[in-house]
Design a protein around this ligand. Structure first.
Ligand code: FE2
Ligand code: FE2
Length: 222
């Protein structure tokens, strides 16, 4: 890999991160910062219920992808991510229990199920695409989403905000960094860069559709 190619890849990754960030402006509709406190708290609870499912499916997803990631530098980072997601699942489930809820009784939103089913099926796609989708685009948006959740939950449910801030968010930043690292390593030709860009776009559009469905159901059911 030449020095000029290194610089080219770095600026590509930086540009793609900016494009993803621009896509998400105003699009994470899961929480409404202007809602009355009781409505916002019920939106936060709904996020947590669905979050238990999402963390568990993330474990399954990483487990499904590991055998297909042949690039050793990337593959060796994934078992720790799997463990993190498993821990997040347990922590969120436990927190809901403390709040008097049976997390296992929650019926996950079909759109989230479909999103994870699709991601699992993407295991056959090249590593540069998979990691662009889930770790680079998805986990980066998750970090933004958690930052918002923590900020809005800080006064309404400080214990939950503390859990997300100290036990979950730092791991999610590390997961997003795995995506960045994968692209820096693999998105080193115009063809691979085009693949990575298209994969991010595909993921963002799908996740946005899921967020819209999530909010609609959260508004209906609380
Ligand atoms: Fe997680
Ligand atoms: Fe994660």
């Amino acid at each position: 890999m030449t020095r000029s190619r290194d610089r080219g890849t770095e600026s590509f990754v930086k540009e793609l991160a900016e494009q993803n960030k621009a896509f998400w402006v105003g699009r994470d509709v899961r929480l409404d910062a202007d809602a009355p406190p009781e409505v916002l708290l019920s939106q936060i609870r709904y996020r947590m219920r669905q979050g238990v499912y999402n963390e568990l499916r993330s474990v399954e997803l990483i487990a499904a992808w590991i055998p297909t990631v042949r690039e050793r530098e990337i593959r060796e980072l994934l078992p720790r991510q799997l463990e993190d997601e498993q821990r997040h699942y347990q922590l969120l489930r436990q927190r809901l229990r403390e709040l008097g809820e049976d997390a296992d009784a929650y019926e996950p939103l079909p759109e989230w199920q479909a999103l994870f089913d699709w991601l699992v099926a993407c295991r056959a796609r090249p590593t540069v695409e998979k990691l662009a989708m889930f770790q680079f685009a998805g986990e980066t948006q998750s970090c933004e989403g958690f930052e918002t959740l923590i900020r809005l939950a800080k006064d309404l449910d400080p214990e939950t905000a503390h859990l997300y801030r100290t036990q979950i968010l730092p791991d999610e930043y590390r997961h997003a960094a795995i995506g960045r690292q994968a692209l820096l390593l693999l998105a080193d030709t115009p063809e691979r860069q085009a693949q990575a860009r298209a994969a991010c776009r595909e993921m963002n559009v799908r996740v946005f559709g899921t967020y819209q469905a999530h909010r609609a159901r959260s508004d209906r059911k609380g």
